[in-house]
Ligand binder design. Structure first.
Ligand code: UVW
Length: 320
């Protein structure tokens, strides 16, 4: 039997909701607009003990960094250190201070990072209807810079799907949807509220560090959220500003129903302006939440201020 043809995103998302124009014709931060001062206070009101967690994966890890196939992890090398001084070519200052200096080369999406809203598009338009041509040579619209200038502060909620399913890590290509997010929340004794920042744990990035590389990348398909019109409506109605996950792409790599690759990047990010935060380390936070049963907290983050960037590294901070 021949396979059904894979629809284009224009076809698949013909009736999908959009937030274009909702925050004016010049908007470049989309659903982050939901995070007003009241949301920062709502997040702060979740602080109970002061316990703090940083959520970036290590950058330039000696065993390699988890990246989307085709990208490479960050490489860092010294350009000045004690060796230069011993070799007679160290920079000498009056007073004889010596120093070490280094350079890092990386994909801006090659570590824990915020995607810019202009990172993906279809049908010749990016978020808010700007022409796709504005991405040529650097994002003139919807780069990561406006997100970085603004910052992200609100109530975060951890949804530990792996634990909810009784697993350390979800399987390759294993899917879940908004009903599973709500069911996981219920099993944790919490409720997802409007404008919550969702932190969804699959165990996948943690497993990267203990899985042979060939096995991790073989027939690359991550577990994750899967597209349906109902899921998109739920994100829209719940006014979700930011989706944060411990996978490389925040959704199952290929939608098992339509065959489309990464449809939520378009349905949520390009159409609703939901900000995506990827490759996030959630295992330590999840372990603590399971112990103290506190799954909600203050979430704060700001990616680096990269002018015209398609994304930028970030080290989010959670305070419980
Ligand atoms: C791609 O760019 C393909 O994915 P991501 O948003 O995970 O970087």
């Amino acid at each position: 039997m021949s396979k059904a043809p894979v629809p284009t995103l224009v076809e698949l998302l013909a009736d999908s909701p959009k937030n274009w124009g909702k925050w004016g014709p010049d908007d470049e931060v989309g659903s982050l607009n939901y995070l007003d001062d009241a949301q920062a206070l709502r997040g702060a009101s979740e602080i109970k003990s002061g316990k703090t967690f940083t959520l970036q994966v290590q950058m330039g890890h000696p065993d390699g960094d988890p990246v989307w196939p085709g990208r490479t992890g960050a490489t860092r090398y010294n350009i000045m250190d004690r060796g230069n001084y011993l070799g007679g070519n160290g920079v000498v200052f009056d007073g004889a201070m010596e120093y070490a200096d280094d350079v890092m080369i990386m994909f801006l999406q090659g570590s824990s990072q915020y995607d810019a809203l202009g990172h993906v598009w279809y049908g010749d338009q990016i978020y808010n209807g700007y022409p796709a041509e504005t991405t040529t040579g650097g994002l003139k619209k919807c780069s990561v810079l406006p997100i970085a200038e603004r910052g992200v502060v609100g109530r975060g909620i951890l949804l530990d799907i792996a634990r909810y399913r009784g697993k350390d890590v979800l399987g390759r290509g294993e899917t879940f949807d908004h009903n599973d997010l709500m069911a996981a929340a219920k099993s944790q004794g919490v409720e997802i509220q409007k404008r919550d920042i969702l932190l969804v744990r699959t165990g996948w990035i943690g497993a990267f560090y203990t899985t042979p590389r060939e096995e991790f990348y073989k027939d690359f398909i991550e577990p994750g959220l899967t597209y349906s019109p109902e899921l998109v409506s739920w994100f829209h109605e719940m006014e979700i500003p930011n989706l944060v996950t411990d996978t490389i792409a925040n959704e199952v790599t290929t939608d098992p129903v339509s065959g489309v690759v990464l449809p939520l990047h378009s349905a949520l990010m390009r159409n609703l302006g939901v900000t995506f935060t990827e490759i996030i380390a959630l295992d330590a936070l999840a372990e603590d939440c399971a112990k103290d049963k506190q799954y909600t907290f203050l979430y704060t983050a700001a990616p680096l201020k990269v002018v015209q960037g398609t994304g930028a590294p970030v080290n989010p901070i959670v305070v419980k």
